[in-house]
Design a protein around this ligand. Structure first.
Ligand SMILES: Cc1cc2nc3c(=O)[nH]c(=O)nc-3n(C[C@H](O)[C@H](O)[C@H](O)COP(=O)(O)O)c2cc1C
Length: 333
């Protein structure tokens, strides 16, 4: 009995739909989940990926930097554009701007707990008022040709957990998928994700539910599906510099209930992957920015490789693609 599922997502207003490739998704990751990283995880089997969160205001104003964030390459799809905002009118315009870009899904951010975002009433702040949340989802469903999904937390604080109300509001407004990261905004990432809420939401909703939070191994992902009954899993931090977790999770789902061996990537494979990532990020972002940003990933790619500490140290000093390639290649010798 395989745990692999393709999930059908549909916009009830436009009628547009698509199937995810499987039910192992890559989380939206600001500062990390750009085109190059999404393409790497897609290559390792991600069934659906998401852009970094993009400001609805920036989209509505056609801010060049914001529009850059929603550029999606052919090879990485299916991909959802994640937007954050609090004003239904602006969200409506933002969703229509997204119609001009090739994508598969619009995802509404109801989970960001960063102060700067919450202060504007966006991110997890929108969970404080389920009626307003309904409105935001509804205007996006009406404006978008693409299906719309939401990604939410449990609520604002432990004494204001209103996840079921918000989940039903999203479903009633026409959302086609709900992802739950079961922590409150207040705790940010501390403590343990309360997976039992994923199960509660799954029981309540008719639309597919994706579970997220604290998946560190393929076995965790299998356990999340079995314990909560969720339709899909979403992996965030554990995929950084480690796209193999996606491949091994897909494999564990395919072979369930047999325990799949999770092949550990060889040193050569890790370095090859880092080099390809480097190449893509420099192509998309140019050398200066690409080198600066790829360093967020490299230490994770190199994890577990013997005698790597000197190389890691040197990498931080390097400024050109040639230099980084040379340093990485030195590990192969
Ligand atoms: C560096 C970083 C950036 C993130 N950016 C976003 C984002 O843009 N949008 C979003 O909905 N969640 C964002 N998140 C939250 C993740 O998508 C995910 O919900 C969270 O990391 C929990 O999943 P995990 O335990 O698998 O990492 C971010 C998390 C991290 C660590």
């Amino acid at each position: 009995m395989s745990l692999i599922r393709k999930i059908r997502l549909r916009n009830p207003v436009s009628g547009q739909d698509f199937f995810t490739n499987n039910n192992v998704f890559l989380a939206p990751l600001a500062g990390i989940g750009d085109r190059s990283f999404r393409a790497m995880t897609k290559r390792y089997g991600a069934g659906l990926t998401f852009t970094e969160m993009t400001s609805a205001h920036g989209l509505a104003n056609r801010n060049r930097k914001t529009l850059d964030l929603i550029k999606i390459s052919k090879g990485e799809r299916p991909t959802g554009i994640q937007i954050f905002g609090s004003n239904p009118e602006i969200m409506n315009i933002a969703a229509s701007v997204c119609n001009e870009y090739p994508a598969d899904l619009i995802d509404i951010n109801g989970g960001c707990s960063v102060k700067k975002v919450m202060k504007t009433g966006a991110g997890a702040s929108i969970l404080g008022n389920p009626e307003r949340f309904y409105k935001i989802v509804k205007v996006c469903v009406d404006a978008s040709i693409y299906p719309v999904s939401v990604k939410i937390r449990l609520g604002l604080t432990e004494d204001r957990i209103n996840v079921l109300e918000n989940a039903e509001a999203a479903q009633d407004a026409g959302a086609s998928l709900l992802t739950l990261h079961p922590r409150t905004a207040r705790v940010k990432f501390s403590g343990k994700a309360a997976w039992e809420y994923i199960g509660l939401v799954k029981q309540k909703l008719k639309i597919p539910v994706c579970g997220n939070g604290d998946i560190k191994t393929p076995a965790d992902a299998v356990r999340m599906i079995l314990e909560t009954g969720c339709d899909a899993v979403m992996i965030g931090r554990a995929a950084i510099g480690n796209p193999w977790i996606v491949k091994n999770t897909v494999r564990a789902f395919e072979t369930y209930p047999d325990e799949a061996d999770a092949p550990v990537p060889s040193k050569e494979e890790r370095i090859q992957c880092a080099l390809e990532h480097l190449d893509m990020i420099v192509t998309y972002k140019g050398e200066i920015r690409g080198i600066r940003e790829v360093k967020r990933h490299l230490h994770r790619y190199l994890k577990g490789i013997p005698k790597v500490s000197m190389v890691r140290h040197n990498l931080f000093e390097l400024a050109t693609k040639d230099e980084v390639e040379h340093e990485l290649a030195s590990l192969l010798g």
